[in-house]
Ligand binder design. Structure first.
Ligand code: SDX
Length: 429
C-alpha cells in the first residue's frame, strides 16, 4: 500500500497538495489552503447532517454499520447485555475500564446517595399540565437542575465534574418517575436505596400503598438490559447536541437538556413512541400490505426501521427481540408483537426496503416491551434518555473540543442598497 496521503490537484489553478490521511480521515482545514487567489477564503467541505464528517476522535463507543458491530470501550454489546448491569456499564463508559469490586461498590454507593432531587424541583413539576408529555417535563426539569447546582459551571474542576456526572446519572430516573407520577396525578415515590438502579426506577414508578416495593426480578433485569443497550451510540443526534451545546462551556445540566430535546424527536429517541403509534394505527396484520404501500408511496415512514450507520442489522434490535419473549413470560404476550413480526417479515422481503438498507433498529421492538411492562408510550423516549445520560457525559472532557461553530456555503443575495418603504412596490424588494 502507498503513502498515507491524499494527492489533490486543484484544476482551477493546477496547484497540487499532499494531504495526510490519519485514522482513515483527512482534516477539513487542509482544504482551506486551496484558493484561486489571495482574496479567496479557501475551500470548505460541505456535509449537511454530517453524513461523512467526524466531529471528534473518541475512544468510547465503536460501531461498524456493515457488520452490525457495537462495542463500549472495546467490549461487545452482546457480552455486556448478557454479563453486566447498567451501573457497571455506566462506569465503563465514563471511566474507560470495567470497575474492580471496590470501585464498583463505591460507584454504586455514590450513585445511590444522589438519587434524591431538591424539593423545589417537585414544585417546578407541579406547574405542568396534568397531561404534559413526560419528555417535555424531563427536558425542562433536568435543565432546571443547573439552578440547584451552580457549582456545576466549574466544568474544568475534575472533582466537580465527577460529582455532576454521578448526580446526573442518579437523578434522571427520579425526574422521569416524578414526571410519570405527575401525569397520573399520583403522589411521588421517593428513591429506595435498598434497590438496584433499575429496581429503584420501577419502585418510583409503580409503588402504591405497599410498605416496600419488590420489583419483579425478570422485569428488573429486562429493564437493566434495555438500559445497557441504550447507554451510548457514539455521535448520534443527541450526542452531537450535547457536544455542541457543551462546547460553549455551559454546565452539564443545560447541555443534557439539549441532548434530551434532540432525543425527543421521532427520527431519534422518539421513534420508539412512534413505532407503537404506528403499530396501533395498523391495528391488524391484514392492514400491513396497505400500510407498506403507503410508506413506499412516500406517505410516511416505517418507524423503527433504518439507521444512519447500521446498513445490515442493528445488533441491539436482535437482543431486544429475544428479550421481549422473556418479558412476555411475566406480562403475557403483547398482541402488537404479531403485527411487528409480520411487518418485519414483509419489509425484509420488499425491494424498496432492501435497496435502501432499511432494517429494524433499536426502537422497533423496545416499545413493545415497554408497553407490556405497563409504560405509556409517552414514557418511551424518557426510558431512552435515562440510560443514555451515561453516554452523553462520557465525553465531557475532550481536549480537542473548541466551541462548535460550523461554516456555511452562502447562496443568498449579493450586496444591495436599502430601499425606503415609499420606493418599494407592493411585491416587496
Ligand atoms: C435512533 O444515530 C444513532 O445512533 C441513533 C440511535 C442511537 O442509539 O442514538 O441508534 C437511535 O435514533 C435509531 C433510529 C430511530 N428512528 C427511526 O426509527 C425513524 C425512522 N427512520 C428514519 O427516519 C431514518 O431511517 C433515520 C433517521 C433513522 C436514518 O435516516 P438517514 O440515514 O438520514 O437516511 P435517509 O433519511 O437519507 O433515508 C434514505 C432513504 C430515503 O429514501 P429516498 O429519499 O432515497 O427514496 O431511505 C428512506 C428515506 O426516505 N427511509 C425510509 C425510512 N428510513 C429511511 N423510508 C421508510 N421508512 C423509514 N423508516
Amino acid at each position: 500500500m502507498g503513502k498515507d496521503t491524499l494527492s489533490v490537484t486543484d484544476n482551477r489553478t493546477g496547484q497540487q497538495f499532499e494531504i495526510p490521511i490519519e485514522d482513515g480521515s483527512v482534516r477539513a482545514m487542509e482544504f482551506r489552503q486551496m484558493k484561486v487567489d489571495d482574496d479567496d477564503f479557501g475551500l470548505l467541505t460541505y456535509d449537511p447532517a454530517f453524513t461523512n464528517t467526524a466531529s471528534c476522535r473518541s475512544a468510547v463507543t465503536y460501531l461498524d454499520g456493515e457488520k452490525g458491530i457495537l462495542r463500549y470501550r472495546g467490549y461487545p454489546i452482546e457480552q455486556l447485555a448478557e454479563k453486566s448491569n447498567y451501573l457497571e456499564v455506566a462506569y465503563l463508559l465514563t471511566h474507560g475500564e470495567l470497575p474492580t469490586r471496590a470501585e464498583y461498590v463505591k460507584w454504586e454507593h455514590d450513585i445511590t446517595i444522589h438519587t434524591f432531587i431538591h424539593e423545589n424541583a417537585k414544585k417546578f413539576m407541579e406547574g405542568f399540565q396534568y397531561d404534559a408529555h413526560p419528555m417535555g417535563m424531563l427536558v425542562s426539569t433536568v435543565g432546571a437542575l443547573s439552578t440547584f447546582y451552580p457549582e456545576a459551571k466549574e466544568i474544568y474542576d475534575e472533582e466537580v465534574r465527577q460529582l455532576e456526572i454521578k448526580r446526573l446519572i442518579a437523578k434522571m430516573p427520579t425526574l422521569a418517575a416524578f414526571a410519570y407520577r405527575h401525569s397520573l396525578g399520583q403522589p411521588y415515590v421517593y428513591p429506595d436505596n435498598d434497590l438496584s438502579f433499575s429496581g429503584n426506577l420501577l419502585n418510583m414508578l409503580y409503588k402504591m400503598s405497599e410498605a416496600k416495593y419488590n420489583p419483579d426480578p425478570v422485569l428488573e433485569r429486562a429493564l437493566d438490559v434495555l438500559f445497557i443497550l441504550h447507554a451510548d451510540h457514539e455521535q448520534n443526534c443527541s450526542a452531537n447536541a450535547m457536544r455542541a451545546v457543551g462546547s460553549s462551556q455551559v454546565d452539564p445540566y443545560s447541555a443534557i437538556a439539549a441532548a434530551c430535546a434532540a432525543l425527543y424527536g421521532p427520527l431519534h429517541g422518539g421513534a420508539n413512541e412512534a413505532v407503537l403509534r404506528m403499530l396501533n394505527e395498523i391495528g391488524d396484520v391484514k392492514e400491513i400490505p396497505g400500510f407498506i404501500k403507503r410508506v413506499k408511496d412516500g406517505e410516511g415512514l416505517l418507524f423503527g426501521f433504518g439507521h444512519r450507520v447500521y446498513k445490515n442489522f442493528d445488533p441491539r434490535a436482535l437482543i431486544i427481540k429475544k428479550l421481549a419473549y422473556q418479558v412476555f413470560e411475566v406480562t403475557g404476550r403483547n398482541p402488537l408483537l404479531d403485527i411487528a413480526l409480520e411487518l418485519e417479515r414483509i419489509a425484509l422481503e420488499d425491494e424498496y426496503f432492501i435497496e435502501r438498507k432499511l432494517y429494524p433498529n433499536v426502537d422497533f421492538y423496545s416499545g413493545i416491551i415497554y408497553q407490556s411492562m405497563g409504560f405509556p408510550v409517552t414514557m418511551f423516549p424518557v426510558l431512552f434518555a435515562i440510560p443514555r445520560t451515561a453516554g452523553w457525559v462520557a465525553m465531557l472532557d475532550d481536549a480537542a473540543q473548541k466551541i462548535a461553530r460550523p461554516r456555511q456555503v452562502y447562496i443568498g443575495a449579493e450586496q444591495r442598497d436599502f430601499l425606503s418603504l415609499a420606493k418599494r412596490n407592493s411585491t416587496g424588494g
